[in-house]
Design a protein around this ligand. Sequence first.
Ligand code: ARG
Length: 427
Amino acid sequence: MGSKTRYLVLSTCLVICGQFAAAQQITYIKAGRLLDVADGRMLTDRIIVVRGDRIERTGSASSIDIPADANVVDLSDATVLPGLIDMHVHLMSDPDAHGYKSLAASVPRNALFGAANARRTLTAGFTTVRNVGAGGYADIALRDAINHGDVPGPRMRVTGPALGITGGHCDNNLLPPRFESFAEGVADGPWEIRKQIRENAKYGADLTKFCATGGVLSKGTSVGKQQYTLQEMATIVAESHQRDRKVAAHAHGTEGIKAAIEAGVDSVEHASLIDDEGIRMALDAGTFLVMDIYVSDYILEKGEAAGFLPESLQKELKVGQAQRNSFRRAHEAGVRMAFGSDAGVYPPGMNARQFAYMVQYGMTPMEAIQAATIHAAELLGWPRDVGAIEAGMYADIIAVKGNPLDDIRVLEDVRFVMKGGEIYRQR
Ligand code: ARG
């Protein structure tokens, strides 16, 4: 064998054999308590067998023999649960620079904020996120870099630029006309809309985000007002679904929420001013609501110091508490809910603070955790891969001290994080 051939064989083996060895790595996790989110119960003294990046099987401690030389993670004094899922994050943003301050960052700088925010998110126990809106396809670069092993971070589903009307919430309205400044996802009317969705798909977006109403943090938009017409929203849904992409609609206002549900979106984000008719429509259509009911406290507390515009603070006062009341009503009515925090508006890593608010506004701790595991996995379209600790799923596993069913806030201090069989935090 010539030296070149030998080199080829060797280097091929280094790649393939390395992958083979990683696939064969087996870890036994001893769980003192294990939260079974699918059946809604807490199990005790369980063992999880992880092979490579997936869970091979789980069982009672008495039913599984651990070989003497095995690789063991001892979590017998902890509660073990599936890695958490956040359906509404903005990893590419600098939480200290809102409003005019945000204009200083370039797309590459935003991507690097994304890398730092991804690590914080993962080590806080969120092993999967849906990033809803980013410029320059930085979200796709980050997702791919994480999947390639370049930077640590959660599994990501991403949107690329969010679609919105000229001058609307998903546009950038901070500068006067001479700067010719507008957000990349601005698309008015059916053909601009279809073209933007096709372009997003071309560069690797997993789903579509659009702005159905005005918002809190944008300049000059009315938070309660519908933006796209019903017809435009229906076009967004048709084009996205035709390409097997789900649709997430930002909507605070009552009419915009109902138009989005009627158009057939998969989830309504925020849903702050949803009325009883909107709740009924969401129930009938099976639409998920993703309600970020912690972030209001952060926005009002940080105020103008973080760059939030005075008008944003005024708008937040209108929707913050109303959204929490809507959350209670929608949950009581039985609407499907998935956990979404809007982290990025505040420092990523603090996502779990929202659980206590979900419990305060009517969910049991188990329901709040289900919103961030099995229900989120369903909305993502990954029900067999993430969101539960079961044979065949990715080994995305976290642990906390204490029992989150007694005190949901223990989720704010995650002690152990495994994603795809690899440990990212252990203390
Ligand atoms: N990005 C959202 C917006 O600007 C944030 C809303 C935050 N407030 C709230 N109550 N959820 O509309």
